[in-house]
Design a protein around this ligand. Structure first.
Ligand code: ADP
Length: 235
């Protein structure tokens, strides 16, 4: 039984969110997205010449994405370096963004995306994807839509939105975590992973609660981008 959340949130309530773009002056586009105690900073460079050359595609651009948790992002210092988890998350971010960006407009070019987790409390791949998508929009890349991403899941008999690390670790209740990424206005899913076990019916409910959260995140992303461009027109 999981009748009350550890942090007292409603089951369909997101953690507190902060979002801003234009946070890295030397990048072509950048964003910071914070949800609860998870924070991601993304910087986008390009389109630029593809290096190494053998990654070049004659009919479309390529995305080179690197996700990294900085050593002080969790309480036990992380061993610096690129491990298998970083590789996997970099790949899922790349795949999701390939569905959002019109890569066919940049043949023989490369878009480089660096995402750093400065604080981690679960949901880092979702926060990274949301930050990376805002950074791509900030860089002026043509996109089908922004990506809004959040994890949802099941703890005990309850379907929950935006799990914390403490909730993910509730093994007695059996926590299931499903990171989801949406193109909200297209109603398309661009990221869906599953850590745990759920029935098909429950998975549908988890995706539905995830969509409610993603729609709220989408509004916050759009507001952050609007703020940036209205500030620019004033200066
Ligand atoms: P996600 O962050 O997308 O949920 P995981 O499920 O792989 O990805 O990781 C869950 C959480 O575990 C992370 O958000 C972070 O809080 C914690 N974590 C991951 N890697 C480490 C690590 N090397 N040291 C300490 N905590 C970690």
């Amino acid at each position: 039984m999981y009748n009350e959340r550890l942090d007292k949130r409603a089951f369909d309530e997101l953690r507190k969110i902060e979002a801003e773009v234009g946070v890295v002056p030397n990048a072509n586009g950048s964003a910071r997205f914070k949800i609860g105690n998870t924070e991601a900073i993304a910087a986008v460079y390009g389109p630029q010449e593809v290096k190494p050359k053998h990654f070049e595609k004659s009919d479309r651009g390529v995305i080179m994405c690197k996700y990294d948790m900085i050593p002080f992002s969790v309480s036990d210092r992380i061993k610096p370096g690129f491990d298998r988890r970083d590789m996997e998350i970099s790949e899922v971010i790349t795949n999701a963004l390939s569905r959002a960006i019109f890569l066919e407009e940049f043949p023989k070019s490369m878009i480089t995306i660096n995402v750093y987790i400065t604080q981690a409390d679960a949901g880092t791949r979702c926060a990274s994807l949301t930050a990376a998508s805002m950074a791509c929009a900030d860089a002026g890349l043509p996109m089908r839509d922004l990506i809004a991403s959040v994890a949802a899941g099941k703890i005990g008999d309850s379907i929950v939105l935006d799990l914390t690390k403490e909730e993910e670790d509730l093994h007695e209740e059996g926590a299931t975590d499903v990171p989801i990424g949406f193109l909200p206005s297209k109603n398309e899913v661009v990221l869906l992973q599953l850590d745990g076990k759920v029935s098909r019916e429950d998975l549908k409910k988890i995706i539905a609660i995830g969509k409610v959260g993603a729609d709220k995140i989408y509004q916050i992303e759009k507001e952050a981008l609007k703020r940036r461009f209205s500030n620019e027109s004033k200066s």
